[in-house]
Design a protein. Structure first.
Length: 282
């Protein structure tokens, strides 16, 4: 037993010396973390829900296609506050600005025609959207206004609403939805609440929608089918990217102490064995 202990004494000291040399090299560990700063964009989506949005030139109809594409747009912008305004002959806020996109998606899903008085009040829809953004402190305030018709109701003309948007620094992207020529559209309601459909001329006030966009620094788009509507939202997504600033931090921690302690302990143990056990052995 003493022979084994004696043979291991020198390697013990050698290991202790190696640990001391390693400690002198000052081993360090690194702790890293990131601060993410988001400069979000506040977006109100103003959606026309008049009966003509049930036309079948987009699949399954203009309204459901518009909702589907808008929901994908929302999913791709998790850092933005987004709200929803709907309008027919009048307008109201379906969902205020929120980062809780789960609630927003539910609100979008519940949107249907006939919720309010019939007609198309583009100016009122835009004015309500601007009102939701009026107190916003976001670096970019945006309205995406979608319609398939001509303003025929409401107390605020569309261009007056555009002037208000410009005063508040709100950029408006306008989208006209509907094919060129004629489309299968609802023309009357049966007693059971279903619609009678006929092929009617698609009329969109593109000139006014262009003016709204020009006055506010936005852009006008025409969606004649589902594919085009999807590409429009992708373009708007690229035009209105959220700024994300990431700051990297790191901290170095000194790790020499455990190695120095272990090295001194092993050397001390070696000397202790020499000066006690081996010294007492004849």
């Amino acid at each position: 037993m003493l022979g084994i202990l004696k043979r291991s004494n020198f390697p013990l000291r050698l290991l202790g010396l190696a640990l001391l040399i390693f400690a002198l090299a000052r081993p360090q560990s690194k702790t890293s973390w990131r601060d993410v700063h988001t400069e979000g964009i506040d977006i109100i989506m103003a959606l026309d829900i008049s009966a003509s949005m049930l036309a079948k030139d987009l699949k399954p109809d203009r309204l459901r296609s518009s909702k589907s594409v808008a929901l994908d747009f929302i999913k791709d912008r998790p850092n933005d506050r987004i709200g929803l305004v709907v309008y027919e002959g009048e307008s109201f806020t379906q969902c205020p600005l929120t980062t809780d996109h789960r609630v927003l998606r539910e609100m979008f899903t519940n949107v249907q025609t006939g919720q309010i008085e019939g007609g198309t009040a583009i100016g009122m829809g835009l004015a309500t959207a601007i009102n939701r953004l009026r107190g916003s402190e976001a670096s970019s305030k945006v309205v995406i206004l979608l319609t398939d018709g001509v303003n025929n109701r409401g107390s605020i003309p569309p261009l007056t609403a555009a002037e208000i948007a410009r005063e508040y620094g709100v950029r408006v992207y306008t989208i006209g939805v509907g094919s060129k020529g004629k489309a299968l559209s609802p023309v009357s309601v049966y007693p059971d609440g279903t619609y009678k459909y006929e092929r009617v001329e698609v009329k969109i006030d593109e000139e006014t929608l262009m003016q709204i966009a020009d006055m506010t620094g936005g852009k006008y788009f025409r969606a004649t089918d589902d594919k085009k509507l999807r590409s429009i939202y992708k373009e708007i997504d690229q035009l209105e990217k959220t700024l994300i600033q990431v700051t990297e931090h790191s901290k170095r921690n000194e790790e020499f102490f455990p190695f120095a302690l272990a090295g001194f302990s092993l050397i001390f143990l070696g000397f202790f064995v020499d000066e006690t056990i081996f010294r007492s052995v004849p």
